[in-house]
Ligand binder design. Sequence first.
Ligand SMILES: Nc1ncnc2c1ncn2[C@@H]1O[C@H](COP(=O)(O)OP(=O)(O)OP(=O)(O)O)[C@@H](O)[C@H]1O
Ligand SMILES: [Mg+2]
Length: 491
Amino acid sequence: MAQIGIQNLTFAYDGSYDTVFENVSFQLDTDWKIGLIGRNGRGKTTLLHLLMGKYPYQGTITQSVLVDYFPYPVPDDTLDTLAVLETVTDAPIWQIQREISYLNVSEDALYRSFQTLSSGEQTKVLLAALFLNEDRFLLIDEPTNHLDAQVRQTVGAYLRRKKGFLLVSHDRMLLDQCIDHVLAINKTNIEIQKGNFSSWWENKERQDGFEYSENEKLKRQIRDLSDAQKRTARWADQTEKSKFSSQKSGLSPDRGYIGHKAAKMMKRSKAAETRMEKAIAEKSDLLKNIEQAEDLKLFPLTHHRNCLVRVQDLSVSYGHHAVCSDVNFEICTGERIALQGKNGSGKSSIMKLLLGMEIPFTGDVHIENGLHISYVPQNTVDVQGDMKAFIQRNNIDETLFKAILRKMDFARCHFEKNLDCLSAGQKKKILIAKSLCERAHLYIWDEPLNYIDVFSRIQIEKLLLEYAPTLLFVEHDRAFTGKIATKVIAL
Ligand SMILES: Nc1ncnc2c1ncn2[C@@H]1O[C@H](COP(=O)(O)OP(=O)(O)OP(=O)(O)O)[C@@H](O)[C@H]1O
Ligand SMILES: [Mg+2]
């Protein structure tokens, strides 16, 4: 068992005003299975890159083991899979075969050109190759985005048997399946906790709840103390003055007694002031790590027809490659339909077809007249360049768009950045915010939650349940689909 130690780490990207890390310190045990949790843009990917020695930083990182990063680039995907894997591991073939079998990949995949493997198979073999190298600590950055639910399950079960990794993921079920420690990048600090995602979440909720009530208590205390302090100070002042006033009776006041009384009151007022200062200091330590996820809003359009889309006997094929066939479904107002199927089963193609894109198909696709559709594509290639230009290009309301992004934890400084510099999740949030700005009868979202942090996942779930838009979606996060889908179409 070895340690990875991080002391007083400070890092900012070249040309950025904001630091990603400021003076952080923590220590990891390389036998742990660690889930790295944090909101989009907090620096998870950056941290992994720093551990890989990719950028210069201030502070010290000590690690007595070698680290490897996933995903790593495949130099040439026309090569046989075995040749690709041999670029990262020296393990003998029999070990490679055994390792990929743990992930349910058949042996013949090794002798096929890498590019012919499905995205799930590619992820699985690349991951297996890294685990074959002994005495390495693996840094695994969001391995399951785009993978179907079944593959996620397999990858989760595989990771559960392994040790020594730092896994970045926003998939609650995957994390629960395979980690024993959590490294959380909070708003103001980094903490390590034993347990899995659910236990960390529960602890966080408990801690947040405690801090909220403590905060209220201190607020009341400070108000009361401040009133009392003002009152006693005023009395002390008046009493002190009365020492020198002549009284109606003609008797002169007992100056000694009054002075003593005023001093006692002053002391009491000072004590209240000190207690108040202490309460203010205590209060300022609270609520620092509360994550804001203000409720989102959406105002879908209503169509005069109930049934918006009808698909009958649909088949999609690219050349000789049949993607799906005999697909039948309807989309009615208010339904939230999960389109499910393995990687490569034609989910994105069907969505694109409904959007009127050029997709080769046979069968009947009927879309009601005047139907407005808002679309979130699977990839974020369109999120690039200047934000102003993106807003203009997509004809969206800038104020609303930015307000939505602020609610999804964008800092104002992110609006100034070039979109290419945003983190993976921030880019996807740009696409979701764009869709939420659009009033539509039907929302078509292709893997909306890829890269999106857990807080915003829950925020989006809440929005969909509250505003009940008609939705067709593909999403492999089992927790999300379970809550949202009113109907499932299995391909
Ligand atoms: N090349 C870059 N230049 C400037 N800023 C960058 C660059 N890459 C990332 N950033 C910024 O650094 C911060 C951390 O980014 P990073 O990609 O590490 O976040 P993350 O936690 O991995 O997010 P996600 O969950 O979305 O993957 C973000 O605010 C991002 O905008
Ligand atoms: Mg990242």
